[in-house]
Write a protein that binds this ligand. Sequence first.
Ligand SMILES: Nc1ncnc2c1ncn2[C@@H]1O[C@H](COP(=O)(O)OP(=O)(O)O)[C@@H](O)[C@H]1O
Ligand SMILES: [Mg+2]
Ligand SMILES: [Zn+2]
Length: 268
Amino acid sequence: MHSEPIQQAPELPPGTRIQPADCETHGSYEQKVFALLGKELKSGCPECGRIRAEEEAERQMIQSAALARYHMAEKLGAALIPKRFAGKTFDGYIAKTAEQQKALKTCVRYAAEFKQIAAAGRCLLLLGKPGTGKTHLSVAIANEIMATSSATAVYRTIGAVLQAIRATYDHTSDQSESQILSSLVSPSLLILDEIGVSKEKPSDFELTTLFSIINGRYEELRPTVIVSNLDAKALASAIGERCADRLREGGVIVQPFEWESQRGKEGF
Ligand SMILES: Nc1ncnc2c1ncn2[C@@H]1O[C@H](COP(=O)(O)OP(=O)(O)O)[C@@H](O)[C@H]1O
Ligand SMILES: [Mg+2]
Ligand SMILES: [Zn+2]
């Protein structure tokens, strides 16, 4: 392509000139020619450049959406929410009585104010009768904070935690005890379900493990949601005063569930 310099632009660096050029798609445009290290660099068609930038932005948007989906899947996977409860949400909780409405409101607020809750390390106790929706609402909190923030949440029954740690002793696990404990201490929120479910007195092993988890989170100022069929007094004595003290720190929220079971209302 042969073209003569048509003008000398004063705002351009010395040695730069502008010449007419032609794009196959967009027709004529003003091409800048820079002298750099003894070579000439020619600017391309501005319309082609604009389209390329748009395509690049679009590609990056798709990539970051895919990345966000991947991180969400990873969070949900690590949360280990049981299949039966994975889809439980606040919307799916039917609150007919004033007590149910209060329980729902407590949990909705806990999730909505999770930033402040986390900063203060405020724990939440969901306590009461079986079948009243404690696990449902605890999982709804986890799902909500993971969907609306970068927070991570993990759900475990105490039974599953103890079993996982026991498995490290007889080498049937590829994880160490400290790896298991740190996976319970590091998430923004831990939900520990079925505390005090067995009628027997907890063993020293159970109490030590529970204290390691709750104290580990307490030291990192990370809140824990405890779900139990015991009332507040029975819970404190079952988990021990040392544990109970850690839970109270930062202003624990206690939510009772004292109505009849909503599980299979027809009965069998
Ligand atoms: N108020 C409610 N609205 C909708 N579903 C409920 C309600 N209460 C309980 N359920 C459902 O009943 C079942 C038992 O509830 P769950 O959360 O396991 O009770 P808990 O943990 O208190 O024993 C779950 O499937 C749960 O989704
Ligand atoms: Mg439950
Ligand atoms: Zn072009």
